[in-house]
Design a protein around this ligand. Structure first.
Ligand code: SF4
Length: 401
């Protein structure tokens, strides 16, 4: 027998789909690709209702065996045609869980599989997942267990360097009771330090550990926060990013989460379009100053919420390891997303007087539902954000200062 190490954060083990009670059911307003076997199963089903719905609503695309058909959702309700009046799935109800397509049976779960390891995660297009992250202080606590199976997985082994770097970045983010901005600034410094090593030899590891420990000490004694506070901020980076994202989302076709994100981003639109005589920079300053109140007052019992969000991004994206992006590029994207979510949340708090984790859950799940529904959408979105980087990997520091 072979030993497979399974690593799972607490938010994965504690997740339960809320089904018909979900605030924005995933069987709505987006397209679901289904595999060849499932298309055949539905179109030839002995259950007349399943069969008729399949013939009327499954559009054959035949791209490959995994992407054989697309379920057309109702133009009136935006719902999957297999969703019944009680918001329950007719396939699951009549044919059982095993008859669900790969997409339907796995969402929101996602695994990273290596030869002798598996890392579990969940996508945050699901509001329930976000809610756990924002409300459970231990949501990003890791558990590890060993499963026995006949053979190793048919995937590449995990690279020890990649695993180590991910662990260092997670630990640095979690190391001290510093602000998220200061912790992210420390991660930037750490990434700049480690990117000079092509491989982690024993002597490089000693240097990297020393750099890590120094950054932890500087986070704890406030050196990092003071350094970040003394930087000259270029507000062009902030305002360009906000305007670009507002424009990007406004031009996208309506999909699941659109109306929710629009509702919240309207508060940002209002905050930056009011008082025409005031420069945009001053308006962004005002929204940012409301953010301090969000963390100190509105989230007084959930100050861990956004730290959990960043830890999730590090874990889910296997940061800083990405085959097509540099470590600093990957970090820039995480920071840019965080900045937008933070400013939309602060704008809402400014307009309404306060904000709680229920509203922040709405902002985060709808943002990810729209921008990262699938790999192509996510890639397009990231290329868009990249245009604000002004060719400078370190422009992200301005989003933290
Ligand atoms: S979005 Fe999440 S909680 Fe809601 S129905 Fe889908 S899996 Fe369940």
């Amino acid at each position: 027998m072979r030993e497979i190490i399974v690593t799972e954060p607490l938010f994965v083990s504690s997740f339960r789909c809320t089904g018909s009670a979900c605030r924005d059911h995933c069987c709505k307003s987006w397209s679901i690709s289904i595999d060849k076997k499932t298309v055949k199963k539905y179109t030839t089903s002995k259950n007349i209702q399943i069969k008729n719905i399949a013939h009327e609503n499954i559009q054959l695309v035949k791209k490959n065996s995994q992407d054989w058909g697309v379920i057309n959702f109702s133009p009136e309700t935006g719902s999957c045609p297999y969703l019944d009046q009680d918001r329950l799935c007719l396939v699951q109800k009549n044919l059982g869980k095993e008859a669900l397509s790969h997409t339907c049976s796995t969402f929101p779960r996602s695994n990273r599989t290596y030869k002798n390891e598996v890392h579990h995660s969940l996508t945050i297009s699901c509001p329930e997942v976000v809610s756990i992250l924002l409300n459970n202080p231990d949501a990003m606590g890791m558990t590890e267990k060993v499963n026995l199976q006949n053979d190793f997985n048919s995937a590449q082994p995990i690279q020890p360097k990649a695993k180590l770097l991910n662990l260092f970045c997670l630990s640095l983010m979690n190391a001290a009771d510093a602000s998220i901005e200061a912790s992210l600034y420390a991660v930037i410094k750490f990434v700049m330090f480690i990117q000079k090593y092509d491989e982690i030899t024993d002597s490089a590891l000693t240097d990297i550990e020393s750099a890590y420990l120094l950054l932890v000490a500087q986070l704890e004694d406030g050196t990092i926060s003071r350094e970040l506070g003394s930087l000259q901020v270029d507000y062009r980076v902030k305002t360009s990013l906000l305007l670009l994202l507002q424009d990007y989302f406004a031009k996208l076709e309506t999909s699941r989460g659109t109306h929710v994100l629009n509702y919240y981003s309207d508060f940002l639109r209002l905050a930056i379009s009011s008082n025409e005589d005031s420069p945009l920079e001053n308006k962004v300053r005002e929204i940012e100053s409301r953010w301090v109140g969000v963390i100190q007052d509105d989230l007084t019992n959930q100050r861990f919420a956004f730290k959990n969000y960043i830890l999730y991004k590090f874990w889910h994206n296997n940061f800083p390891n990405h085959s097509q992006r540099s470590m600093l590029q990957s970090l820039y994207l995480i920071i840019a997303e965080y900045y937008y979510i933070k400013i939309v949340s602060a704008s809402y708090a400014l307009g309404k007087g306060n904000i709680d984790t229920g509203h922040i859950t709405n902002i985060i799940y709808s943002f990810h539902s729209i921008s990262q529904h699938n790999q192509n959408v996510a890639e397009n979105f990231y290329q868009h954000i990249e245009t604000v980087r002004l060719g400078d990997d370190l422009s992200m520091i301005h989003l933290l200062a």
